[in-house]
Ligand binder design. Sequence first.
Ligand code: ATP
Ligand code: MG
Length: 439
Amino acid sequence: MTDSLGNWRRTHYSKRIDPEMSGEEIIVMGWIHEIRDLGGIIFVLLRDRDGTIQITAPSKKISKELLEEIRKLRKESVVAVKGIIQESGKAPGGYEIIPNEIKMLNESKLPLPLDTTDKVRAEIDTRLDSRYIDLRRPTSSAIFKIKSRMLHSVRNFLEKGEFIEINTPKLVASATEGGTELFPITYFEREAFLGQSPQLYKQMMMATGFDKVFEIAPIFRAEEHDTLRHLNEAISIDLEASFCDQEDVMHILEAVVHTAIGDVIEHCSDELEILGVDLEIPKIPFERIDYGDVVDIVNSKGVNMKHGEDLSRAAEKAIGETMDGYYFITGWPTDIKPFYVMPNLETPKKSCAFDLMYKDLEISSGAQRVHKHDLLVERIKKQGLNPVSFERYLAAFEYGMPPHAGWGLGAERFTMCMTGVNNIRETVLFPRDRRRLTP
Ligand code: ATP
Ligand code: MG
């Protein structure tokens, strides 16, 4: 038998109650986290979004009917409790609630696919299959509260900096940087693809006079490999700004990271504590290291890397052992960076591209872009691509394209840095990877 909500509404979340409110009648709502029946007294731990509340039902103080009702409650059922707050040194938060009335709003099937009390550890696949239950565990939900705060902070920061938030299409006709990482889809009579990056669109926005734009949206990458750092659908925080070079947008990126971490420390102290993370605001400016020096360091650590190669996983690990915290790698070889990256004027073999790293993890790539039409065509050809497939994009460079620069910051990778989790799947509600397409 279940009750209807009727005119009951939650008056307080667990976090908003304190022992000084002793004597007040309140309504709390949530899930039965644990229940302990000692005969003469029943303890129920009710869990809401913010924590748990102890409901104490002593047979001497409450009616027989109510006691029987409480006795019938099962784990993870949804209930509402009206009762009186009472100070209690032993209960979580220093208070307990003596119930006057209980509404049983919905029952849970038992046994549960996984335990919500963290007493029994479940494999990540089991957790992801029943993600809605997994997210009842504070150690899982804390990650998403932090991610939410980070995204809020980034948006806030960029809006204050007079950036315009844009939305670009995710259904696209051709590849951004060549064909390998694309998901083909059927678009009526034609083939289309899921967008791997808003790169070309945000650059076209530079030809509009918008000057400073950003987008927070999914990117789709058909990454074949199954790693702890790659997803097939991720959220990219993308930014592009006109009349800027790479140094300018590196400053913005540093400030974004610095501000977001500060904001998370300020607003998510409970979540950081649940995760056991001692987050510190990184000092800016971040250290910069030239690609050439990276190659030397990597080799000195016994990992083979030639000049002109991208960082392998082993190389990332080797450099991550030397460099702590956040740092930029600059001076990347032009040949291994995408066609839209500007070569250095004096030394064209080197580019104006940078990566932002956190220890051994790449979290952002950016650059000053090529804004000259003819150079762009030359770069596209040099990378073995056909300028014809970039016709509409290239046209934007013929009618007054200002110099510009930008970056893309992976929201999940950045969340990994802040939460200390080492599997990127932990930072996505419903991850998409090589093997997983449901739920
Ligand atoms: P990696 O070398 O680690 O595979 P990338 O250089 O291919 O990354 P970029 O194209 O530079 O990635 O994308 C910019 C940022 O977007 C990356 O620094 C990363 O934070 C994020 N990102 C890119 N691909 C993925 C992915 N498959 N899963 C999660 N985040 C990603
Ligand atoms: Mg990159």
